[in-house]
Design a protein around this ligand. Structure first.
Ligand code: GDP
Length: 198
């Protein structure tokens, strides 16, 4: 299994939907606010340390970055939402593009919504969950930085997320992980594999 992830490599950054690679194959997209832990998740899942650093290159933070595993399968790093430095108009334009990508992309099999385990999902996170669910998109919640909480605190945090989702009538898998200890990473690798195989 990890063979597949080890061959991950950066392929494309798209600033506009017209620049996306052909819509064939299988994709899993990582979404979440800036700093949630998306790039670290991609690096840790693939075991390639600096892979998603590309997303941190100034100018690239507002792009959709593709990391292909092979000719058919890719992991996609979406621009973080709630990035205060980006002007509002720009954010709105971009939000529309991202929603269009998420709702129209046929290759997209799974969306991983990354949140920081230490904080309750923000209003933006909750809106995003709701939007995904109302559009019937397959998604899971990944709770990052689990190493920063005791097992007890993490369990409480996860319960709180579960309750917030339940209030919106949403039932999706919630997985915790740590990019520093790799705890929870094998489960995420398996989950992704389930969605991106033929
Ligand atoms: P992104 O903006 O969503 O791509 O977030 P990053 O992956 O850049 O992570 C933001 C910060 O959180 C960085 O300083 C990471 O080192 C840190 N970070 C991300 N995941 C973890 C984790 O699981 N554990 C710990 N301790 N730090 C993490």
């Amino acid at each position: 299994m990890s063979e597949l992830y080890r061959s991950a490599h950066y392929t494309v950054s798209a600033t506009q939907l017209s620049q996306l690679p052909p819509d064939s194959g299988f994709e899993v997209a990582f979404a979440g606010r800036s700093n949630a832990g998306k790039s670290s998740a991609i690096n840790t899942i693939t075991g390639i340390k600096a892979l998603a650093r590309i997303s941190k290159t100034p100018g690239r933070t507002q792009m959709i970055n593709f990391f292909h595993l092979d000719d058919e399968r890719a992991m996609v790093d979406l621009p973080g939402y709630g990035f205060a430095k980006v002007p509002k108009k720009e954010r709105e334009r971009w939000g529309r593009s991202i929603r269009k990508y998420l709702s129209e992309r046929e290759s997209l099999r799974l969306i991983l919504s990354v949140i920081d385990a230490r904080h309750e999902p923000s209003a933006l996170d909750q809106d995003f969950f709701y939007w995904l669910a109302s559009n019937e998109m397959p998604f899971c919640v990944l709770m990052s930085k689990a190493d920063k909480l005791s097992n007890n605190k993490f369990a409480q945090s996860k319960k709180a997320v579960k309750n917030i989702l339940a209030e919106m009538n949403i039932e999706v898998p919630i997985l915790g992980y740590s990019a520093s200890s790799r705890k929870g990473i094998p489960e995420i690798q398996e989950l992704i594999q389930d969605f991106i195989r033929e």
